[in-house]
Design a protein around this ligand. Sequence first.
Ligand code: ZN
Length: 435
Amino acid sequence: MREEILKLSKERLPYMIEVRRSLHKYPETGWLEFRTASMAAKRLQELGYTLTMGEKAVSKKDMMGVPSPEVLKENQERALAEGADPELVKIMEGGLTGFWGDLECGGGPGPKMALRFDMDALEVVENKTDKHKPHREGFASRHHGWMHACGHDSHVAMGLVVAEILALLKDRLKGSIRVIFEPGEEGSRGATPMVAAGCCKDVDIILGLHIGADAAEPGYIACGAQKFLATDKYDVYFKGLAAHSGMRPENGHNAVLAACAATTNMHAIARHSGGATRITVGKIIGGQGRNVIPPEATLVMETRGENTELNEYMAKEARRVIKAAAAMWDCEVEIKVVGSAPSGRSSEDMVAKIMEIADSLPEFKRVDGIINFSGTEDFSRMMTEVQKNGGIGTYMQVGTTLAAGNHNEFFDIDEKDMIEGVRICCLTVAEYLGK
Ligand SMILES: [Zn+2]
């Protein structure tokens, strides 16, 4: 089986490049991945996987940060014009773009093993100069303001080839395989409603991966991670009262001042002795005109902590400051949670096994175990769910040469490193489900 995995993963590189570039050209952000998801779902169907889609795969009431109905509709139409499958897109109506495919193996009963691949792009304006390979080679983003600047395009490409190889090998495997395609990983939105819908139910083993990120050199692999930054994402709406700024300023309730007071004071929250915390107000929108007391303002913000408790501390303090600032300026305030992810830690025994597999592959020159993850990844929601139910899981980072850091306009990977991602996934499945 090993030789076949090595051979097939290499042979499928041109296909992976084709898929990756097609997705790179048409990036889609959270809950709007109609083209991406329909393409991937269609392929899984062809490979013999049973699909779970729509409300069965994404719990509607647990969705956070969903775009407006107009934006959803507009993007559904856009995706159809770009070649998305109309029947599948219909099931995803309302932004239900997450789904999974199940495959029963032919080798009798055994564990249920899940693999997660994320699909979404970022709100980044891609560089359009000849210094940037995707532009030079004609596959830079056609959607201005959106870009696959975190490599999730390559994750989908790898996921489809992993699914294909496992389908070819299924009679020599036991148990069952679930391939999860997650929308809205950015902003920590996708995992929670998928877990609520049951994507991790009865899953014994779960595997997630990222290309690049903390693995910014080829031949490197981190087989596990810990200290994912737990996070909460908020949109905060301050509602004041408009008034003439010259004639009757005393009649107004200034929402911009409430938002600004909240912002500076949230950034002054006492740091916790228990470990690293973060807070960022990344965007302020507010006011109507020069001579109008601003009746509304919005903050787009997030808190983070190196463990779930530290993030909860930041989130609790932030809420207190926001409410106090609103009271100070006599405004009303609504805090809307638009994303959330816990921290987490890979299962040690699983990491040890994957390290052995990686050590056996000559292309991996440096193999690490559990490393500290420097960002947030809402796969931690799925992993902790599986672990809570007695299962195991890990999150791997596969090395590649990065043209620039994640979320940068020049971000690009070395496409041939997708082979390594496929290999490590398939060999890990073979290790756990091999007869
Ligand atoms: Zn990412």
